[in-house]
Design a protein around this ligand. Sequence first.
Ligand code: ZN
Length: 506
Amino acid sequence: MEAIRNQQIDEALRTFRDLNRELADLRSIASTLNWDQETTMPPAGTPFRANQDATLATLYHQKLTSPQYGAILEQLEEEELDEWNRVSLREARRAYDKATRVPEALVGELAETCSMAYEAWVEARQKSDLAHFSPWLEKIIHLKRQQAHCLVEGDVPYDAMLDEYEPKMTVARLDPLLDTLRPLLTELVERIRLSPHQPDKGLLRGRFTQERQLELGTTVITAMGFDWKAGRLDVSPHPFCCGLNPGDVRITTRYSEEDFSVGFFGIVHEAGHALYEQGLQAERFGEPACETISLGVHESQSRLWEIFVGRSRPFWEYWFPRLIDAFPESFASVALEDFLHAVNQVEPSLIRVDADEVTYGLHVILRYEIEKALFEDSLEIRDVEGVWNQKMEEYLGLTPPDAARGVLQDVHWSHGLFGYFPTYLLGTLYASQLFQQAREDIPDLETQIARGEMLQLLEWLRQKVHRHGKRYSADELLRQVTGRAPDAACFLEYLNRKYSELYRLE
Ligand code: ZN
């Protein structure tokens, strides 16, 4: 009897694995198409590609919500499984429930609305007129709230939005974090603004050929441990990282020939994402347990390399002479101190994607507060622009001169991506805690980085974060690795220490 039963479980697990593998293959194919579209596809291919995407999405949805998949989940949930399979089962159940709880008609209406809303947003931004986009925004929020009601366990619809990108994150957990950060960030920005010790802002400007930028970027991410047999680097208008599978992780950047920092930190940032994808367990590809945890944790990997390593003094002690070799005409007569201050300059700005690490969080908090109010129904669409401008003034001391540089600057809402922005900031908070722990675990870490050696740090991340896949939630991972839940204290301490020195704050 026992033998027959074991055989049945093995068979169910095999079917479960095969179905998961097919789902992962479809996701991977969709990502390949997406990479192709962003990097090489000619523009006239767009409508055809949209059809291909829709066909694939339908296939995927059918497979994920098939009675066979549902039955396998139910069957395995009765069994005692090992940890990896338990995690896979939990994650598969989560995906299955999300896909089956929302009526197909609503999914279709959302997809259709968002594709038209995107066009409207492009036009609205061109004309800098929110009125072109408002009716779409209103409709998307209406539909997203319906979606939230199908998904949410408690009584806060916005929690369903957060959970989509940062599983288990809720308004109740996020509010205290951001309420702590906001006044302290605003205060730090103000102290920095008043400091007489300001960097030379023109110092990073010059003539930087794309070829040399690529050469330097390539050398740096090779030293970080980027695996070129399992990855590539291309150019695209919007930098991104596309993990097709652990053996094929593609990153892109865009170069500015006037400012080397755009391309350079873009490459380091995306390479941080890529190292996470390359560090997943290749032999388990397709198992739901062997994927990245969340957008927040993903962003923690990119921010850790970009900011905590890439904008640090030890890093540039090694790399600044190499930067001078690449661009002697721009940097040969620049002192390391001045360069460090320039790559860490803080200045309130209107555009989120251009923001420095101190002001960035305030851009995110502003969007979060507005989204939350829209979902709570305490903010009307017609008041969004006014509230946006008023918060910009309050948090950053700036008033957007027009909607294009204010409320219309980000594409996210037109795609229905609500609850997404907080992951950018959470990533930085997680990164500060992880990097602090890495410094404790590897006592000579900064000396290593100052010698251009970064592989022990990568190995630490592999062991502590990458190889666990989805075993832990973000919160559990942070507790496991650092002994503390995610909080704002570590990041604030880091900022105060670093910027007090750079700006000689009292
Ligand atoms: Zn990123």
